[in-house]
Design a protein around this ligand. Structure first.
Ligand code: URA
Length: 217
């Protein structure tokens, strides 16, 4: 299942306009904060699909039966680009556990191709949990497939949600072909992918825009 958070006009459309704009991107803090906001809205929307239980709350004037989340989710992300989106989800799921994956594109010299190197995963037991993976740019889907595979070694979650800022159609198809049960949430969906695996028009390099450019090894 795919939900495009820009399918209906809302504040998300404003934030997506700023996230994509080369002018606004000069302000890293705004880029990170807008990305976080996409995570916050996704958290709210995902919460509507989760199980709730009734508790009784004592107010200063009486008692009230109230619904609260039955299970706390596990929020996973891929370092480093995923950090602001992950933070947005954490802002709303107050008591969530977290999982982290270190992965990067190892570029082959001169020919523009790359392999995904994944070298670190830290994760709680996922058996029966709600797993929410923050991956801002779903491009080819290669790094996300590797991340899901690595995470599933920690147990079988009850639900898997993937939160992205921009998903491209090719990446969506690749992930859903392998894992048809996952629900993918996108700030917006773009059609095109360059030979180097960048989304067009996209936004550029999400990690660099949030944290500054890095040396390529
Ligand atoms: N990662 C990015 O940061 N941007 C893209 O367009 C694709 C992958």
């Amino acid at each position: 299942m795919i939900t495009n958070l820009s399918a209906q006009n809302s504040l998300v459309s404003n934030w997506m306009q700023e996230i994509r704009s080369v002018e606004v991107q000069k302000d890293k803090m705004r880029f990170r904060r807008n990305t976080e906001r996409i995570g916050e809205i996704a958290a709210y929307e995902i919460s509507k699909m989760l199980s709730f239980k009734e508790v009784e709350v004592v107010t200063p004037l009486g008692l009230k039966k109230q619904q609260v989340l039955e299970k706390q989710p596990v929020l996973a992300t891929i370092l480093r680009a995923g950090v602001p989106l992950h933070h947005g989800l954490l802002n709303y799921f107050d008591h969530a556990d977290a999982a982290f994956i270190a992965a990067y594109r190892k570029h082959n010299k001169n020919d523009g191709t790359f392999e995904i190197e994944q070298n670190y995963v830290t994760c709680p037991d996922l058996e029966g949990r709600i797993l929410i993976i923050a991956d801002p740019m779903l491009a080819t889907g290669a790094s996300l497939l590797l991340a899901i595979q690595g995470l599933l070694e920690f147990g079988r979650p009850e639900q898997i949600h993937i939160v992205t800022v921009i998903s491209c159609t090719e990446g969506l198809e690749t992930v859903l072909r392998k894992y048809p049960e996952v629900h993918i949430w996108a700030g917006d969906i773009d059609e095109e992918l360059t030979a180097k695996g960048y989304i067009v028009p996209g936004l550029g390099d999400a990690g660099d825009l949030a944290f500054g450019s890095k040396l390529q090894f």
